[in-house]
Design a protein around this ligand. Structure first.
Ligand SMILES: [Zn+2]
Ligand SMILES: [Zn+2]
Length: 153
């Protein structure tokens, strides 16, 4: 992602947090920038490493975990459980409800992960759940396969 686009995304995130009465502090903003720049899901340890490079000093792990929790809570990033890693939400800055349904397409070869938000998938799950007498509240789908580049290679 180009630097200017990243800054715009960060400004939008900050405004969005402020509108909810939350504050995107400099550290939270930096962590979000690192997640945006990673280009693929990034784990907490990799983030700690990058923070150290960025700031020239190590950050305490709990500080980073708290920043990640904040970003998750604000719907700015997602956690891909399967990879134990974080990626920015594609819908965060388009005014969508931050509890939008999301599905992750994870490449088993290169680890690249795409987020899709298909309401039809959610409705199909709701319908299947309803038939089983279950009231679905949220569902995250983590699907594994090959990305376009790896499938072509
Ligand atoms: Zn999302
Ligand atoms: Zn791949």
């Amino acid at each position: 992602m180009a630097a200017v686009a990243t800054e715009q995304t960060l400004d939008a995130a900050e405004a969005q947090c402020a509108a909810r009465g939350a504050q995107l502090t400099p550290l939270r903003r930096l962590v979000l920038r690192l997640v945006l720049e990673a280009g693929q899901p990034v784990g907490a340890y990799a983030l700690l490493d990058r923070l150290k490079t960025e700031r020239g000093q190590a950050a305490a792990p709990p500080t980073v975990y708290r920043a990640l929790d904040f970003l998750l809570e604000q719907g700015l990033i997602h956690k891909v459980e399967r990879l134990n890693a974080f990626l920015p939400c594609i819908e965060a800055h388009h005014g969508h409800d931050h509890h939008h349904p999301h599905q992750f397409l994870i490449c088993r070869n290169c680890g690249r992960t795409a987020e899709v938000s298909d309401h039809a998938v959610m409705h199909a799950l709701e319908e299947a759940a309803r038939r089983a007498g279950f009231r679905l509240e949220r569902a995250t789908v983590e699907a594994e396969g090959l990305c376009a580049a790896c499938a072509a290679g």
